[in-house]
Ligand binder design. Structure first.
Ligand SMILES: Cc1cc2nc3c(=O)[nH]c(=O)nc-3n(C[C@H](O)[C@H](O)[C@H](O)COP(=O)(O)O)c2cc1C
Length: 203
């Protein structure tokens, strides 16, 4: 019998999550997601930001591309269609597009793979991995709704960042974290962002 006082080395591969930030309003979701994942041991993030995403980072958060890229473990150029994540042989746990514009949704829904974000999403779908699109537009036209249906039929998760109010959020940050907690739940990533619902309190 072999005994050792040292814990076994953790040889598990990192959990790889691909993150896309596109030009819908709500880039705070992508930025906060990267902050959360950066602090989680054993998680490796792969980031791409579309050109419109860069515009919105500046408009909404006064952030530059480099500041956001610094939050990721690996950064890919959205035009680098030859990147590792463009291949199904690249092992990942899946992908989150946060936020996801209607343009990117349309591209994913129709398998266009016209940039690295939509190619990576296409790969995640074909490999039957988890794809979460934090789609944002209001109101929706029929094309938006049909594209959301198509992605759902292919196994993707349409996750519009719609805040709940039953936990009485006190700030935008709290609303964002609550929503992202539900996104992390979809990847079985442990967190304490979302107070778990224990039923209505009796008077
Ligand atoms: C300030 C701003 C806010 C925008 N908000 C949205 C939005 O909420 N949803 C959306 O689908 N497009 C929105 N757009 C338009 C997209 O940025 C545009 O369709 C772009 O081509 C999307 O490209 P991408 O998906 O490659 O990032 C917005 C554009 C700007 C400049």
């Amino acid at each position: 019998m072999v005994s050792s006082s040292r814990p076994a080395a953790d040889t598990r591969p990192p959990r790889r999550l691909i993150v896309g930030i596109t030009g819908a309003t709500g880039v705070i979701y992508g930025v906060r997601l990267l902050q959360l994942l950066r602090d989680m041991p054993g998680v490796e993030t792969h980031l791409m930001i579309s050109d419109a995403g860069v515009l919105n980072l500046h408009q909404e958060l006064e952030m530059r591309r480099k500041q956001v890229e610094a939050l990721a473990h690996v950064v890919h150029n959205v035009r680098d269609i030859g990147a590792a994540i463009a291949s199904g042989s690249f092992q990942s746990d899946g992908m989150i597009i946060a936020p996801c514009s209607m343009k990117t949704l349309a591209s994913v829904a129709n398998g266009l793979s016209d940039n690295l974000i939509t190619r990576a999403a296409d790969v995640v779908l074909k490999e039957r991995r988890r794809l979460v699109l934090m789609v944002r537009e209001t109101p929706f036209n029929l094309a938006h709704l049909r594209n959301m249906t198509s992605v759902t039929e292919m196994g993707g998760v349409i996750f519009p960042p719609l805040p709940g109010f039953y936990h009485r959020p006190q700030s935008i940050a709290e609303m964002v974290d609550h929503t992202l907690g539900r996104v992390l739940d979809l990847f079985a990533i442990q967190h304490t962002l979302t107070p778990r619902w224990n039923g209505l309190k009796a008077d």
